[in-house]
Design a protein around this ligand. Structure first.
Ligand SMILES: [Fe+2]
Ligand SMILES: [Fe+2]
Length: 306
């Protein structure tokens, strides 16, 4: 899709979402609880406005208009802007100044990261699954996806942060709606040493399916569904899916660099993905070097929300 091409975000109807759930019965998702949709976490309204806005290359003023009415979000953005995460030397005391200094894209990314943190923070970690590490994994994959898309000179690189940020969001559904089953799945994974996805699939609750279902319910654009569903397997029926492939490379990179401490992450070889995407190995090494130190900064950001 060309840069700037508008994509209208239309939340799906109840009937559509029900057919999605039926679609998942093939994966043995027989848990009726998933139909209790009122219990699902919701994405803050400001996140939808941001997604809509970002499809049209907004300026400083437009972005400020969207964010400033959410005071909690504004306060958190200022706190992040003044943290080591951004390396800004002078104090940033207004939202407008933060956008001017850090840029529309950076502030939007921070705002999305804060939105997802606000969904995750009230949740309790379960044994072997730390919510903080999950958030770090999500944001780090978002940052890495965007850098890879930039390196590939992809025309719509900005959206890759949010695509990466939400790639594993199906695990939020697991933690939120099926904490007991998820706990068992995690314990089983600790014994087997396999990828967590394989244990989830055996329990009929693959996060890839649940993620696709959730982002559809949230009414996000089709690319989010595709990434949620195919980020472990971007080669489908002879087709190579670009967005899921970029996010898969980012996901593998984040795990291999140890940027997040989540057990059971996806495994795979980097080489074939690099050549399929046409990413030069030297450039990829430079990307890795650039990423090595983001963990400490993200830990600080998460801590500052407490
Ligand atoms: Fe995943
Ligand atoms: Fe992941």
């Amino acid at each position: 899709m060309a840069k700037g091409e508008a994509e209208h975000i239309v939340p799906i109807s109840e009937a559509q979402s029900y057919s999605e759930v039926r679609d998942m019965t093939a994966m043995r998702v027989s848990h009726n609880k998933i139909l209790e949709t009122k219990k699902l976490p919701t994405l803050p309204t400001v996140a939808y406005r941001l997604l809509d806005l970002l499809s049209s290359d907004p300026d400083v003023h437009e972005l400020e208009e969207v964010i400033r009415y959410d005071q909690a979000l504004t306060a958190k953005i200022l706190s992040v802007a003044n943290s080591a995460y951004t390396n800004v030397q002078q104090e940033v005391d207004t939202l407008q100044r933060a956008i001017v200094i850090l840029g529309v894209r950076e502030i939007s990314d921070i705002a999305f990261g804060v939105c997802i943190a606000s969904v995750l923070k009230p949740l309790k970690s379960v044994h072997f699954f730390d919510v903080k590490e999950f958030w770090i994994h999500s944001v780090a994959t978002g940052i890495t996806s965007r850098i890879i898309a930039q390196a590939l000179d992809y025309e719509n690189e900005d959206r890759f942060f949010t695509l990466g940020l939400l790639h594993d969001i199906g695990r939020l559904v697991l933690l939120y709606l099926f904490p007991e089953v998820f706990k068992e799945v995690l314990e089983q994974r600790a014994k087997s040493g396999r990828e967590l996805l394989l244990e989830e699939a055996d329990a009929g609750l693959a996060h890839t399916w649940l993620g696709r279902w959730l982002v559809r319910r949230w009414g996000l654009p089709e690319a989010f569904e595709s990434v949620a569903r195919f980020h472990h397997h971007p080669f489908q029926k002879g087709r190579f899916l670009f967005e899921p492939a970029v996010v898969k490379l980012a996901d593998l990179t984040v795990h291999q660099l140890g940027l997040s401490r989540l057990e059971g992450g996806q495994r795979g070889e980097i080489g074939p993905l690099l050549s399929k995407l046409g990413l030069d190995e030297e450039l990829y090494t430079a990307i890795q070097d650039h990423l090595r130190f983001i963990r400490e900064n993200l830990l600080e950001v998460w801590g500052s929300f407490l």
